[in-house]
Design a protein around this ligand. Structure first.
Ligand SMILES: Nc1nc2c(c(=O)[nH]1)N[C@@H](CN(C=O)c1ccc(C(=O)N[C@@H](CCC(=O)O)C(=O)O)cc1)CN2
Ligand SMILES: NCC(=O)N[C@@H]1O[C@H](COP(=O)([O-])[O-])[C@@H](O)[C@H]1O
Length: 197
């Protein structure tokens, strides 16, 4: 049973989806804590389900975060809409143990407002990416991706909704694979052990 910590800053729809799969025993893991950097929807979800919430208080939250993580001692740290960049001091303590979901097909459109970036560029296909987190931004080895088509009448909200539908499918799948030790990595290539038929 793996210990999971989720980090969020927003509504928490990805957190809620992962929690749902954990509660249905579909994932060999338990969410030990939620870490947030602001009052947010994810915090309300955690409180409703009696999951301990740690709220980062300082602007440079690195030392505070290191102490919290040392106390909880997770196997994996799941960034689910956490909108702050983790410093090298944190990332180096948890090699290949921190993952993130990003609303574009990386390396396209890294950073903030990825969905609007894709619309502004005029791409016909975008999507979401699950990746390991390194000390750079949206640069870590890619674990999995899902695509969505961009229609002419899409706006940022409608396109984000399509992308998040795929995120809510992909994120729990990746967490399940991680908790079942079915993901390995060599250099920048991530290998996923296929389900035995
Ligand atoms: N070391 C890493 N930390 C984080 C990564 C990562 O890949 N490496 N991913 C992000 C998530 N993310 C995109 O997926 C992302 C989050 C935040 C930002 C950003 O520019 N944040 C600003 C503050 C924005 C705000 O407060 O509203 C900043 O930190 O200066 C870009 C991309 C999570 N962390
Ligand atoms: N660059 C990071 C980024 O934009 N992450 C995005 O924040 C959303 C959080 O939604 P949620 O709080 O409902 O899970 C997700 O769609 C995720 O891809």
């Amino acid at each position: 049973m793996k210990k999971l910590v989720v980090m969020a800053s927003g509504k928490g729809s990805n957190f809620a989806t992962i929690l749902d799969h954990v509660k249905k025993d579909e994932i060999n893991g338990r969410i030990s804590a939620l870490i947030v950097d602001k009052t947010c929807g994810a915090e309300e979800i955690a409180k409703k389900h009696n999951i301990p919430v740690f709220k980062l208080k300082t602007r440079d939250f690195t030392e505070e975060l290191i102490k919290i993580l040392a106390k909880v001692s997770p196997n994996y740290i799941l960034l689910a809409g956490f909108m702050r960049i983790l410093k090298k001091e944190v990332v180096d303590r948890y090699p290949n143990q921190i993952i993130n979901v990003h609303p574009s097909l990386l390396p396209a459109f890294p950073g903030l407002n990825a969905v609007q970036q894709a619309l502004n560029y005029g791409v016909k296909v975008t999507g979401c990416t699950m990746h390991f987190v390194d000390d750079k931004l949206d640069h870590g080895p890619i674990i999995a991706q899902e695509s969505v088509s961009v229609s002419e009448n899409d706006c940022a909200e409608s396109l984000l909704a399509k992308i998040q539908t795929k995120e809510h499918k992909l994120y729990p799948q990746v967490v399940k694979l991680l908790c079942d030790d079915k993901i390995t990595i060599k250099n920048r290539t991530v290998y996923v052990e296929e389900e035995k038929k």
